[in-house]
Design a protein around this ligand. Structure first.
Ligand code: SF4
Length: 586
């Protein structure tokens, strides 16, 4: 129960479709969504393949709770080998597409090969069609989705790419419901490399739940007690704009390409300001929280902006104009660009220009240019051609590697590690490059002050515990904003829905396994300790302002935290997993 026990495999080269049972041996070990997707990737993607070649595959993966009324369970994992990093990559996308795929009858859809011409794939319950998309190719993601939405109607979810994905940009994302993204690691370029502009999905079926009556009653109880409560209310009221104040007060709000932190004028573009322009609320399917804020300022319109986009197009770019920040978000989404990586690359270019290392024609504070540069990057035109490379490759070409804020080719999220030391290790060991969706230390070290932020002590264990929690949570396909969800509730819900006994300890075991299978994939691709690094700025330059003033992470402290983490994981000093550990994952 819970699973559909069905995978649809879509061969784009031959325009063929086949159906097969879900690998329940994988599901028993990895549950669903994130974990299941990585296990399939490990099984099916040969080491060393070109992420933009037809041999890479795109995996859309639900979990056993998807399609049930379990709160916050409507997300979908979108996974492939990353063209940005060469690592595995899985992203979590919201909206309604996950539920529709499940209701169409599938736990997973696997896209293989490459269409000979631009097209899109229509999944309408059991019918799969290959459609022509020549007229859509070149359009912004919003325009393409609008055309498809008019054609198919509101029962269909549409995943689409913008020009960035078509041009195989390493920062290309996949959009859904206009403003929800599988954002990171160039996942949109994988779709573009397959000549696939969109995936359109309708599902009119349902999901079988083992104990529907008791499950429903328990869900109602949980909604009252654990979901819609004071701890989580902020996410409905303010969305992630609430993090702006917490980060500024904690000294981890980055300023001008992470050269410093905090902004004394942060209230000029905070949640209170943005809320004045709210014209609606939106949420994903099965969500009890509804974090989406729909804004309109002048001619700028978007759902969000999320904290990450505000920070990167705001203080980190030396910009304080809320309308420009919203416009940046809107244009990035439409172009099909990850706001974090695209923003980080432009602010790196601003610093390069200001330092006189290379003139990219843009300086801090130049908001209109920043928005224009997104279009150039997505279309691979002019200066955008170099910037579309991302900070790693562009800095290897022009210099400035020490302040190219990335790990393994994935740009930093908007939390300054010098004010939250564990964050440096979380970025370094994350399975897809610098990411805040694996371990998220700012909560413990800064917002709740539950762990001292400026020490290496016990940080390996802290990063592991946080990563384990997210690994199982995302394998259950549950949104991270259900912050009060614990292992007991996870095991209880999984047992109720599937009818198979899952324990609290199992949650921990699966979480650890998911981290390990991601590492095993990367190890097979040649990654080890040499790649688990942070930019030189973090270990050599002290912060000049704010609550974390004077903080720098000494290289020895970083190395120590990294070694601690490896020890907790049972990996060797080079970050390598022993063969018997890898064998136990399969
Ligand atoms: S909290 Fe937000 S992101 Fe999470 S499921 Fe609800 S609407 Fe989606």
């Amino acid at each position: 129960m819970g699973y559909q026990n069905k995978v649809v495999r879509i061969d784009l080269t031959k325009k063929g479709v086949s159906f097969e049972p879900l690998r329940m041996d994988f599901a028993k070990k990895y549950v669903g969504s994130k974990g299941l997707a990585i296990r399939y990737m490990y099984e099916e993607l040969k080491p060393g393949i070109d992420p933009l070649g037809p041999e890479n595959k795109l995996f859309l993966t639900t979990g056993p709770l998807t399609g049930t009324p379990v709160p916050c369970s409507g997300k979908l994992s979108v996974a492939a080998k990353s063209p940005a990093t060469g690592t595995m990559n899985d992203c979590s996308i919201g909206g309604h597409v996950g539920i529709r795929l499940k209701f169409a009858g599938y736990d997973m859809a696997i896209f293989e090969g490459k269409l000979s011409e631009p097209g899109y794939v229509l999944i309408d319950d059991g019918k799969i069609r290959f459609m022509d998309a020549k007229d859509l190719w070149g359009l912004g993601s919003h325009e393409a989705e609008k055309i498809l939405a008019q054609k198919y109607g509101p029962e269909f979810s549409i995943m689409s790419i913008g020009p960035a994905g078509e041009n195989l940009g390493v920062m290309a994302c996949i959009n859904c419901d206009y403003y929800r993204q599988a954002g990171r690691g160039g996942i949109g370029a994988v779709m573009g490399s397959k000549n696939m502009k969109a995936i359109v999905i309708r599902g009119t079926g349902g999901v079988k739940v083992n104990d529907i009556e008791n499950t429903t009653n328990r869900i109602i109880e949980l909604l009252r007690e654990s979901v819609v409560n004071d701890d989580n209310q902020y996410i409905f009221d303010d969305g992630t704009t609430a993090f702006l104040e917490a980060c500024n007060d904690g000294g981890i709000l980055p300023w001008k390409n992470f050269s410093d932190t905090t902004d004394e004028k942060w209230t000029e573009y905070n949640g209170d300001v943005l809320k004045q322009y709210r014209v609606g609320k939106r949420g994903c399917g099965s969500c009890g929280l509804g974090c989406g804020n729909f804004l309109k300022i002048g001619d700028a319109i978007c759902e969000g902006p999320e904290y990450e986009s505000i920070a990167v197009a705001g203080p980190n770019a030396g910009i304080r104009d809320p309308e420009k920040i919203v416009k940046f978000n809107e244009v990035a989404d439409d172009m099909g660009l990850d706001t974090i990586s695209a923003g980080d690359t432009i602010i790196w270019a601003m610093e390069m220009t200001e330092k006189g290392i290379h003139d990219f024609g843009i300086k801090f504070g130049e908001a209109d240019k920043m928005i224009e540069y997104l279009k150039l990057m997505a279309r691979n035109e002019g200066v955008g051609k170099d910037l579309a490379l991302g900070t790693k490759r562009a800095s290897e070409k022009y210099g400035g590697t020490e302040f190219a804020m990335q790990v393994k080719g994935l740009e930093f999220p908007q939390y300054e590690p010098r004010g939250s030391w564990a964050t440096s290790v979380a970025y370094a060991v994350s399975d897809r490059g610098a990411c805040h969706m694996r371990a998220y230390p700012p909560n413990m070290e800064v917002f709740e002050a539950a762990a001292p932020p400026y020490t290496a002590e016990n940080k390996g264990q802290l990063v592991y515990d946080l990563a384990e929690y997210n690994a199982i949570k995302f394998s259950l396909c549950i949104c991270d904003f259900w912050g009060t969800l614990d292992y007991d509730i996870m095991a209880e819900l999984l047992t109720m829905v599937t009818g198979v006994e899952w324990t609290t300890e199992d949650m921990s075991t699966v979480g650890r396994r998911v981290i390990n299978i991601g590492r095993a994939f990367n190890q097979r691709e040649g990654f080890d300790r040499r790649h688990d690094t942070v930019p030189k700025r973090i270990v050599t330059e002290a912060l000049q302002n704010g609550p974390a003033k004077g903080q720098v992470i000494p290289q020895e402290a970083f190395d120590d935290m990294l070694s601690q983490y490896y020890k907790v994981m049972g990996w060797d000093e080079n970050g390598k997993m022993p063969e018997d550990l890898i064998a136990s994952l399969l």
